[in-house]
Design a protein. Structure first.
Length: 205
C-alpha cells in the first residue's frame, strides 16, 4: 500500500512501533521518499510492556539508526528502555506528550479521559482531514477513532473527494460547530473550544 501510494506521487508519513517489520521491509522503505518516519520505541516499562524488548528488537533499532533515513525520528513516552537508550542518537529522540486516551477509547483505569468539550470546537491538528485508510477500504475520521465511530466511506466504492461531501462528514462538521449528537472529538485531547464556524464540507478540486 505504501509503495503504491508513493508511486502515485502521494506524500508518505509512517508511524510505527516496528511490530512485524523485517529487514527486507526496511530495504523497501529506504527506496521511498518519506516525508515523516516516526518510530514509537519502548519506554522503561512505565507505559509499555518492556518484556518484549529483546536482542532482535535491539538489533532492528540499530539497523534503523544505521540506515541513515533523513526523516526518521524516535518517539518515547518518558524514558527510553535502557537496552536501546544508548543506540538512538539524542538528537533523533523525541519525548512525547503524556499518554492519550484516544478520544476516551482507552480504559479510564489506564488513562483518565478529559472533560468533554461542550459547544463548538476545533481540532488543533485538523485531523478531520488526516484520515485513516483501513485494509478493507473503509476510511475513518482520524487515528483517534479506534472504535470506528465515524466511518466516512469506503474507497472501494467511493471517490476520495466525495468523502468530504458525504452526510457523515457534513454531520461531523455540524457537530464541531456545536450541533447536538455524538462526536468523538469532544473527548479528544486535540480538541479546543471554539466559536468560529467551520465550513460545512470540504470543497473538492
Amino acid at each position: 500500500m505504501v509503495e503504491h501510494a508513493s508511486a502515485k506521487g502521494h506524500g508518505i508519513r509512517i508511524f510505527t512501533t516496528l511490530v512485524g517489520m523485517k529487514g527486507r521491509d526496511l530495504q523497501r522503505l529506504q527506496a521511498l521518499r518519506l516525508g515523516v518516519f516516526v518510530v514509537h520505541v519502548f519506554d522503561d516499562g512505565a507505559h509499555m510492556n518492556s518484556r518484549l524488548v529483546g536482542d532482535k528488537y535491539r538489533d532492528f533499532v540499530g539497523q534503523l539508526v544505521d540506515a541513515d533515513i533523513p526523516s526518521i525520528r524516535f518517539v518515547v513516552l518518558g524514558e527510553a528502555h535502557p537496552d536501546i537508550a544508548d543506540i538512538i542518537p539524542a538528537e533523533a529522540l523525541v519525548r512525547a506528550r503524556p499518554v492519550s486516551s484516544r478520544g476516551g477509547s482507552v480504559d479510564p483505569k489506564i488513562v483518565e479521559p478529559r472533560q468533554p468539550v461542550v459547544g463548538g470546537l476545533i481540532c488543533v491538528d485538523e485531523r478531520q482531514y488526516r484520515n485513516v485508510l483501513l485494509p478493507n477500504g473503509e476510511v475513518t475520521l482520524c487515528s483517534m477513532d479506534f472504535e470506528r465511530r465515524h466511518v466516512l466511506g469506503n474507497l472501494l466504492c467511493d471517490e476520495y473527494g466525495d468523502l468530504f461531501k458525504s452526510a457523515v462528514f457534513c454531520e461531523i462538521v455540524d457537530r464541531m460547530n456545536g450541533a447536538d449528537g455524538f462526536l468523538l472529538c469532544r473527548m479528544c485531547e486535540f480538541a479546543d473550544p471554539n466559536d468560529r464556524v467551520l465550513t460545512g464540507c470540504r470543497p473538492t478540486a
